[in-house]
Design a protein around this ligand. Structure first.
Ligand code: NAP
Length: 410
């Protein structure tokens, strides 16, 4: 039995495949590809029969808009009659309605910091799938089992960054690329207070590390244990996570975040700028695009900074991409024999390509990682704009408004 069948058979929540009537262009591609004839239509909508759908994904790749790609967990299946009547997908598609106190203020506060500067104007891309948030909370977390943990920086690197795979078994944990999850380290602070929640971006595509698996990966850097300025110890969560072994269990909350999401539109170009473990959401974006639209017109351009190749998480796997799949600029600040280079320096070095991306209405800019890079990147984009006849401050405001400019930094 595959993971999806297990979820359907055992969980009180069941997985259902839906088509987003807002982005569907009624091209009939999905219906013509469905081997079980689960997809049908009337004059208004294309819909999926939950009884006939086997989650085989044959419809997924050919869909030109991504409207096909909505997988939700429900206590009762939406009927065909209900789906025929929709103008948009239902706002909330789980019966795990969080209790009022469960709207995690703790997580919201962390994300608020990460999105500062965007506050009040952060928007999701127009074609992004609708995220679910706060499905699990401190009072009712999801229990995950570690099914893999592997170091993704070189053995001789000073930073220990680990790729940790969490499996949710039969508990549906719905997430989208770019969302975060919360973990709470066991134990207490010396003053008896509970440990604070830590947020990590999901590093996987929404359907798991392999298609149709109910798991996710996190990218975690071990921070040396040391007292922080607020008197609390730093590094507690990262050391605990990095020390977890296969088979260990932990509680996970979330998912969180409703704006740092990728567009479903395969024509969208993504300029992804990151440092260190900030690469995490972009791994999810890249896997997602490759899985669902490998021949998409939209380009993926990653500008990724680390101290050296040894310190760069996922250095090996990143070598395997062809430029057509992922235009990958790896930038090093402390590589022997080479001048220090930051991501903003590389943006300037590739000014013509960056300017051509910025000119396209299909381009989305994402920044994730150290907050220190924000100003440098903004300055670089401003300078590139000036040299290429683009009013960057005006464009940045317009992109924000349209959900095409996204920052998540700590
Ligand atoms: P890091 O190793 O400390 O730094 C990565 C690179 O960024 C280094 O080459 C560093 O250069 C460079 N850098 C430092 N200051 C910079 C600046 N002002 N402009 C541009 N580049 C600069 O990174 P890290 O420890 O992995 O930290 C990544 C950040 O991402 C953390 O703050 C983390 O909280 C955040 N984050 C993590 C996740 C996740 O899910 N794991 C998700 C989102 C964000 P030098 O050291 O040589 O100066």
């Amino acid at each position: 039995m595959d993971a999806a069948s297990v979820i359907r058979a055992e969980g009180s929540m069941r997985k259902q495949h839906l088509i987003d009537p807002e982005t569907c262009i009624r091209c009939n591609t999905c219906e013509s590809r469905c081997p079980t004839h689960a997809i049908t239509h009337n004059a208004d909508n294309y819909v999926v029969d939950p009884v006939l759908c086997t989650f085989c994904m044959a419809c997924n790749r050919p869909c030109p808009t991504g409207a096909i790609d909505n997988w939700v967990f429900v206590a009762r299946f939406y009927t065909l009659a209900e789906q025929f009547g929709w103008r948009e997908l239902p706002a909330r598609v789980t019966d795990r309605e969080p209790a009022a106190e469960a709207l995690d203020e703790e997580a919201a506060a962390i994300l608020d910091v990460a999105h500062r500067g965007m506050r009040g104007t952060a928007r999701a891309p127009a074609s992004a799938s609708k995220p679910q948030i706060n499905v699990f909370n401190r009072a009712a977390p999801a229990c995950a089992t570690v099914t893999g943990t592997v170091r993704v920086t070189a053995e001789n690197a000073s930073s220990d960054v680990r790729h940790i795979i969490l499996d949710f078994g039969t508990i549906p944990f719905p997430y989208l690329e770019g969302q975060s999850v919360g973990v709470i380290p066991p134990g207490q602070e010396p003053d008896g207070q509970r440990h604070a929640m830590r947020l990590y971006s999901v590093a996987s595509a929404r359907d798991g590390e392999r298609p149709n698996t109910n798991n996710m990966a996190l990218t975690v850097k071990r921070i040396p244990l040391s007292p922080g300025q607020d008197g609390r110890m730093r590094g507690i969560a990262s050391n605990w996570l990095c020390d977890l072994r296969q088979g260990d269990q932990l509680e996970v909350t979330g998912p969180y975040g409703a704006t740092f999401l990728m567009p479903d539109d395969p024509d969208a170009d993504l300029l992804m700028i990151c440092t260190g473990t900030g690469v995490s959401p972009f791994r999810g974006f890249t896997h997602r695009r490759r899985r669902t639209a490998p021949n998409a017109r939209g380009k993926l351009h990653l500008v990724f900074g680390a101290r050296s190749p040894a310190e760069l998480p996922y250095f090996g796997p990143l070598q395997n991409y062809q430029k057509s799949q992922l235009d990958c600029d790896l930038v090093y600040s402390r590589q022997k024999g080479r001048p220090k280079e930051y991501v903003q320096d590389r943006l300037r070095a590739r000014a013509a390509d960056v300017a051509s991306l910025l000119r396209r209405e299909t381009t989305h800019v994402y920044m994730c990682g150290l907050s220190g890079m924000e100003q440098g990147v903004d300055d670089a984009l401003g300078a590139i704009g000036r040299d290429h006849g683009i009013d960057w401050p005006e464009l940045r405001a317009r992109m924000r408004e349209a959900g095409r400019f996204h920052i998540e930094t700590y």
